[in-house]
Ligand binder design. Structure first.
Ligand SMILES: [Zn+2]
Length: 214
């Protein structure tokens, strides 16, 4: 993807987060890592997605030094970088405060396999212990807990979704919010009936081959 396209895509999916009720105002943040060039493209701190243009996207090197852009990067740049350094398969990070995922995170609950779509993340969505936003302690809590998952809840904070690219990470954020909502509703209405480990193993196996074959 061309550099300009990456910036435009970050703006577009930022607005898409609003449109799909995954965040409000300027909440949450998104980034893409170009591993070959060692460049992180990230949304700026505190700017409303509706007003965001490609020029507002901040470009940093892999250590977080700004190399392009007049804005300050998202206050969560630290955990985005930590994730890119922690796992080589990660090409994009989407962080939301989507309501149902965040509700569970505020109850210090993981998301168990209550619906097969949890497989977008893995056999479950783990929960990172609470740490103040924007701190190295939060970055450490995330990398210590995420394992091989494509999503993680942050206690009393929100959700982080990752993927090989931005649209994959966005899909994870959206699907896990759906599963979080379903899980919450089953807890409110009665007793969730969970999928077994072997049923989830089968789902994860099928997910590997899912989608359009080219
Ligand atoms: Zn946040």
């Amino acid at each position: 993807m061309m550099m300009v396209d990456v910036k435009a895509e970050l703006c577009r999916l930022g607005r898409e987060m609003l449109a799909r009720n995954l965040t409000t105002g300027s909440g949450g943040n998104l980034s893409v890592y170009d591993r070959r060039q060692d460049r992180v493209y990230i949304t700026p701190s505190g700017l409303a997605y509706m007003a965001l243009t490609a020029d507002d996207i901040v470009v940093c090197d892999g250590r977080g030094a700004v190399v392009e852009g007049a804005r300050r990067p998202s206050s969560e740049l630290g955990f985005h970088l930590a994730l890119y350094h922690h796992r080589e398969d990660i090409g994009a990070v989407v962080h939301t405060h989507s309501v149902f995922a965040t509700t569970l995170a505020c109850m210090h609950r993981e998301i168990p396999p209550v619906h097969y779509l949890v497989g977008f993340a893995g056999p479950k969505v783990p929960l990172a212990p609470y740490a103040t936003f924007g701190t190295p302690a939060l970055a450490r809590a995330i990398t210590d807990t995420i394992g091989a998952s494509n999503a993680i809840l942050l206690a009393n904070h929100g959700l982080v979704a990752i993927g090989a690219n931005l649209s994959a990470a966005f899909d994870v954020a959206e699907e896990i919010e759906l599963v979080a909502r379903i899980y919450y509703q089953t807890l409110v209405a009665g007793e969730p009936r969970l999928l077994s480990e072997s049923q989830m193993t089968e789902v994860l196996e099928k997910f590997k081959g899912y989608g359009q074959k080219t």
